[in-house]
Structures are given as structure tokens and as C-alpha cells.
Design a protein around this ligand. Structure first.
Ligand SMILES: Cc1ncc(COP(=O)(O)O)c(C=O)c1O
Length: 399
């Protein structure tokens, strides 16, 4: 089918949640490349929004998925599942968590984290501790509780009355945080680097103070690592760079390398609040998704992808900073590892993204910030080529 034919079907049958899409469809991928139906090769510097960490069609991941599909795709959580137990072990052995629960997406992982925080206090008899503080401009998902958690009206306005109990405070404003804490505060949920709103990191000193207050007042600190986790920021989990250990953190996106999976990961004292039937999932942690997750970890270890993210990300950031010195339209370059954002002084990031698309590069954009989220396998040469193309775009725009 041509893209035009797919578009016609989409317009007739699909709900309009994604509006007018970019007019391309991809038929194959390999590494950082995506091949379109019309034979064009695109460099994927978006990675399905921070999903395809090991690149497209990685042989280890593809083989794990195929082999798992040939043996057993799915069984109920009534039974023991080897891949699930092993993937939970992998995450625990590489993080501050003691236990893991698998769901199917980032929003679902965050729902699980919110439920875990609430039940933790409930089981201690603190039924009045149910408020959760999140940050303005955060993004935590599209389900009813996670749109309420998301500190952006544009996502929640049509869905009132919202799940109650969420309070929003501006990022890096300690006084605002302190003022929002009450005896009812149950948890704080933060992205270490806000992704969807344009790559905004929390300050190290701020999050450390928040952490200390949480410890003092028995408030659970939840790190939403759906986007920042799995090596994206140059460490396996972003919290490692901020001098804190969250009580609960969530994963999704890159964990399955493209196969849907989400995870709630928690320290024992919090995790133990979930007892039989307090939470559950039909698909969560099934053999296919967990085999994919194990393959992702295998590739990370064999190919040193976390280290690569840090090295190539740091290299690309330096190059982008050099670009910022030459082009005054660039306001700021932010981010860590291969989660980078270039903020422009005007709302031109969407235009830049389209110009890059015309030059066969896929990126993301908010109004002012170009979002760069390539697979973690990219080389310095890939980064050089991308920055050169971005410079060409800036030159052509004469800015
Ligand atoms: C930080 C963060 N949390 C949660 C989500 C929601 O994940 P999903 O779309 O898999 O539900 C996203 C998605 O972009 C995200 O960036």
C-alpha cells in the first residue's frame, strides 16, 4: 500500500487522536535507519519517542521475539513465568529496587506506582494520606489517573472531574514544594528530566532536598523513568545522576525495545504493600514482552549501550553547544546522554523538525524545543552527520 492509500484508510477508520500525521510510512528498519514505502532512507533520531534503544531489527532482539513466539507467546499470571522472573531479577540487580511488577505501558506503570504509594499508606492505617505532588509541565500518561498526575491542563481539561488528590508545583521551586506538603501527602512523582514538555531537568540540589523531606515525612518518592530510563540519559536510570534513590520508579518505552511493556520497580518496604489481588494484569509480564526485555538487557551489556549513550550524547551535546554559539536563534541546549533538546528563541522547532524530515532525519518537537532521541547505538559519525544537517537547515532558514 502507498502512504496515500494508508492515509485514506486512516482518515476513514481511525480515531482522530493523532490529527494529520507526517506523510510517510515505514516498511523496514535496520539499526538507525528506517526505510519508507517509497524507497527513501530516514535516520531515526526519535526512536519511536525513546523506544527503539537497540535500533531497528536488532538481530538479538528479533531472534528472541521470534523464538519466544515459536514456543509460547502468552500464559496467564496464574502460572510461573521464567522470562518474567528473570527480567525482574535483571532490573533489581541493576537498580535500587527490590521488586518489580510488569504492565504494558508507561501510563499503566505510573498507575501501578500511584496505587502502590496509596496502598503503602493505607496498609499502615494512614487512609488520609492520599495526596500526590507532581510538577507543572510534567507528563505521566493518558489514563485518567495519569492525566490527572500530568501537570498540563491541555491534556486533562476535557476529562473533569479529574481523579482527585493531585497537586502541582513548579519544577525546581523548593518553597512551592514545601508549601504543598501536608499531612495528607502520600507521594511525590517526578521525571528526573521532563521529556514531553521539552527536556527540562530537575536541579540536583532541589531533588536532594525533596528527597530529604520525603524521608523525614514518610512520603514516597516516585521517579517516572518511562522516558529517561534504560540508558537514555547516559546511565541505566537517570536517578543515578541526581544523588537520590527513589522508593518507586517506573519504566516502559525502551524496556521492550519496541514490544509493549511497563514496569513498577520499588524498594522492599514499599513493594511489600502489594499483596495478592491488590494489583494485577492479564498481559503484563507475559513471556513475549519479557523475552524482549531480556534481549534488550543482553544487547545493552554486550554492546555497552549505556556507555555509548553517555559518550556519543556528550559528544553531540558539545557539538550542539558550538552550534548555539554560531546561531543566536538557539536559546539553550539541554539534556543528558542521548536525551537532548535544542530550544529556540521563537516557536520554530516544529518548522525545523519538518525541514529535518525533508532531509531524511526524524526528530520530535515542542513549540520551541527540538527533541533529539536517537537509538542508543548511534556512533559519533551519526551524531556529526545529524549536527551538519541541522546546521544546513539553520543556514537555509537564514537564522
Ligand atoms: C515520562 C513519561 N511518563 C509516561 C509516559 C506514558 O507512557 P505510555 O505512552 O507508554 O503510556 C510517557 C510517554 O511519553 C512519558 O514520557
Amino acid at each position: 500500500m502507498t502512504t496515500a492509500e494508508i492515509k485514506a484508510l486512516d482518515e476513514q477508520y481511525y480515531m482522530k487522536t493523532f490529527g494529520e500525521r507526517i506523510p510517510v510510512s515505514f516498511v523496514r528498519g535496520e539499526g538507525v535507519n528506517l526505510y519508507s514505502d517509497s524507497g527513501d532512507t530516514y535516520k531515526d533520531f526519535l526512536a519511536g519517542i525513546a523506544v527503539s534503544a537497540v535500533g531497528h531489527n536488532h538481530p538479538v532482539l528479533t531472534e528472541a521475539i521470534v523464538n519466544q513466539a515459536k514456543s509460547v507467546l502468552h500464559v496467564s499470571n496464574y502460572y510461573y513465568i521464567e522470562q518474567q522472573a528473570k527480567l525482574a531479577q535483571k532490573i533489581v540487580e541493576n537498580s535500587c529496587a527490590d521488586r518489580v511488577f510488569f504492565g504494558n505501558s508507561g501510563a499503566e506503570a505510573n498507575e501501578g506506582a500511584i496505587k502502590l504509594a496509596k496502598i503503602y499508606h493505607y496498609k499502615k492505617g494512614n487512609t488520609e494520606k492520599y495526596e500526590i505532588i507532581t510538577l507543572v509541565n510534567s507528563f505521566h500518561g493518558r489514563t485518567l489517573a495519569t492525566v490527572a498526575a500530568t501537570g498540563q491542563e491541555k491534556f486533562s481539561a476535557p476529562y473533569h472531574p479529574l481523579t482527585p488528590g493531585f497537586q502541582y508545583v513548579p519544577i525546581n521551586d523548593l518553597e512551592a514544594f514545601k508549601n504543598a506538603v501536608t499531612d495528607k501527602t502520600c507521594a511525590v512523582m517526578v521525571e528526573m528530566i521532563q521529556g514531553e514538555s521539552g527536556v527540562h531537568p530537575v536541579d540536583k540540589a532541589y531533588i536532594k532536598e525533596v528527597y530529604d523531606i520525603c524521608k523525614e515525612k514518610d512520603i514516597l518518592l516516585i521517579a517516572d523513568e518511562v522516558q529517561t530510563g534504560m540508558g537514555r540519559t547516559g546511565t541505566l536510570f537517570a536517578y543515578e545522576q541526581f544523588g537520590i534513590e527513589p522508593d518507586i520508579f517506573t519504566l516502559a518505552k525502551a524496556l521492550g525495545g519496541g514490544v509493549p511493556i511497563g514496569a513498577v520497580c520499588a524498594k522492599e518496604f514499599a513493594a511489600e504493600a502489594f499483596g495478592p489481588s491488590d494489583h494485577g494484569s492479564t498481559f503484563g509480564g507475559n513471556p513475549l514482552a519479557c523475552a524482549a526485555g531480556l534481549a534488550v538487557f543482553e544487547v545493552f551489556e554486550k554492546e555497552g549501550l549505556v556507555e555509548n549513550s553517555k559518550a556519543v550524547g556528550g559528544y553531540m551535546k558539545e557539538k550542539l553547544l558550538t552550534l548555539a554559539e554560531k546561531y543566536s536563534i538557539i536559546k539553550e541546549v539541554r539534556g543528558e546522554g542521548l536525551m537532548l533538546g535544542v530550544e529556540f528563541k521563537d516557536a520554530i522547532a516544529g518548522d525545523i523538525k519538518h525541514d529535518l524530515f525533508d532531509k531524511k532525519y526524524l526528530t520530535g518537537a515542542t513549540a520551541t524545543t527540538l527533541r533529539i532521541l536517537p537509538p542508543l547505538i548511534i556512533t559519533k559519525a551519526d551524531a556529526d552527520a545529524f549536527v551538519d544537517v541541522l546546521e544546513t537547515v539553520l543556514k537555509e532558514k537564514a537564522i
